[in-house]
Design a protein around this ligand. Structure first.
Ligand SMILES: NC(=O)c1ccc[n+]([C@@H]2O[C@H](COP(=O)([O-])OP(=O)(O)OC[C@H]3O[C@@H](n4cnc5c(N)ncnc54)[C@H](OP(=O)(O)O)[C@@H]3O)[C@@H](O)[C@H]2O)c1
Length: 316
């Protein structure tokens, strides 16, 4: 049994992970939140600690005795990443053994300015460990959450659906011309949670890059599977040079952004997200490594074909 603290543990992805950790009944789990604990505990056996990310001394006190600190802090609302930097400093001062930053996405952050906070924190972690290793950490990278291909249907308990360039509901997809073989990694949020729960138990050293390959698949293969499951998929081919120029030459675009994006930013971000996702994919950013597949070779992942067949069966 170890003490696990989950910063931003009240969020969408983190709640899935907290449930997996609670189900294992092995560890003492504490959610760190900027808010007071809800009057009704969110789950039996869970602790809740209100924190002020600007108060490093109190963060150190809160983290004393913590073995593993998982961060799910929403970087979109903290452009300088002050909360996570203070959390890392406090974790080091408190002697926390392991840390996972709020990453949980792609291998590289190229062309995705909305996710630049992840790169800031990767760099910060490299820096604090430059002279000597002061904090063991892993950056969990599951690729894109597979549940998003079920949009607008919700397939997990807490994670809201999100539209992507693979819009199976409307039987359409955007693909970068000449990059049809670009690879994307997709992992369901429940498979991500299962791997993180195992990683918390794992007694070996965490790899710095924590790639998780639920499904490693090309754009063309996704379109093929989409056609098999939805009957037809119309493909819009966009050109890399247009995307680089900030131009999305497509008759359709994304209409729903992540819940953490402020309304006044949403319109601009919708186009940016489609362009950024397509461009970053063409540069291999979503072809994550298989570090945790190797550490846990017996792990079973939901296959994209089975997942989509289940989601879309009987749907209009
Ligand atoms: N690969 C993918 O497809 C994918 C999909 C979704 C998410 N993700 C990643 O998963 C992580 C969590 O995302 P999410 O959507 O689950 O997050 P979220 O629900 O939007 O936010 C998580 C928590 O962050 C805390 N928070 C918000 N602003 C903060 C600030 N300025 N300082 C400190 N804490 C703050 C909030 O907790 P309190 O208010 O309780 O403090 C919130 O509950 C992110 O790194 C995200 O990029 C990846």
């Amino acid at each position: 049994m170890v003490k696990v603290a989950v910063a931003g543990g009240s969020g969408q992805v983190s709640r899935e992970i907290v449930d997996a950790l609670l189900a294992a009944e092995k560890h003492e789990i504490t959610i760190l939140s900027r808010s007071e604990a809800p009057t009704n505990p969110i789950a039996p056996g869970i602790r809740w600690q209100k924190v002020d990310y600007d108060d490093k001394n109190s963060l150190v006190e809160t983290l004393r005795g913590t073995h593993t600190l998982l961060s799910f802090v929403q970087m979109l609302s903290d452009p300088d990443q002050k909360s996570q930097k203070n959390l890392i400093d406090a974790a080091i001062a408190a002697g926390v053994k392991r840390f996972a930053p709020s990453d949980y996405g792609s291998k590289d952050i190229v062309d995705m300015p909305w996710w630049c906070g992840k790169e800031i924190i990767r760099e910060y972690l490299r820096k604090v460990n430059e002279k000597e290793k002061v904090l063991e950490y892993t950056s969990f990278q599951p690729g894109l959450v597979l549940d998003y291909l079920a949009y607008p249907y919700k397939t997990s308990k807490y994670l809201d659906p999100l539209q992507t360039v693979f819009d199976l509901a409307n039987r359409r997809a955007m693909v970068v011309e000449d990059y049809e073989d670009a690879v994307i990694t997709f992992t369901t949020v429940s498979d991500l949670a299962a791997i993180i729960a195992r990683a918390v138990d794992y007694e070996g050293k965490w790899p710095k890059t924590g790639g998780i390959r639920g499904n490693r698949i090309t754009f063309s293969q996704i379109v093929d599977i989409g056609r098999k499951i939805r009957g037809s998929i119309s493909v819009t081919k966009v050109k890399v040079e247009d995307l680089e120029a900030g131009d999305l030459k497509s008759s359709w675009g994304l209409q729903a952004v992540h819940h953490a994006v402020a309304d006044d930013q949403a319109r601009a971000l919708l186009k940016q997200v489609a362009i950024g996702f397509l461009l970053s994919s063409s540069k291999g950013a979503w072809d994550v490594s298989d570090d945790f597949n190797q550490i846990f070779p017996d792990s079973e992942f939901t296959s994209i074909e089975d997942f989509l067949a289940g989601v879309w069966e009987g749907k209009p």
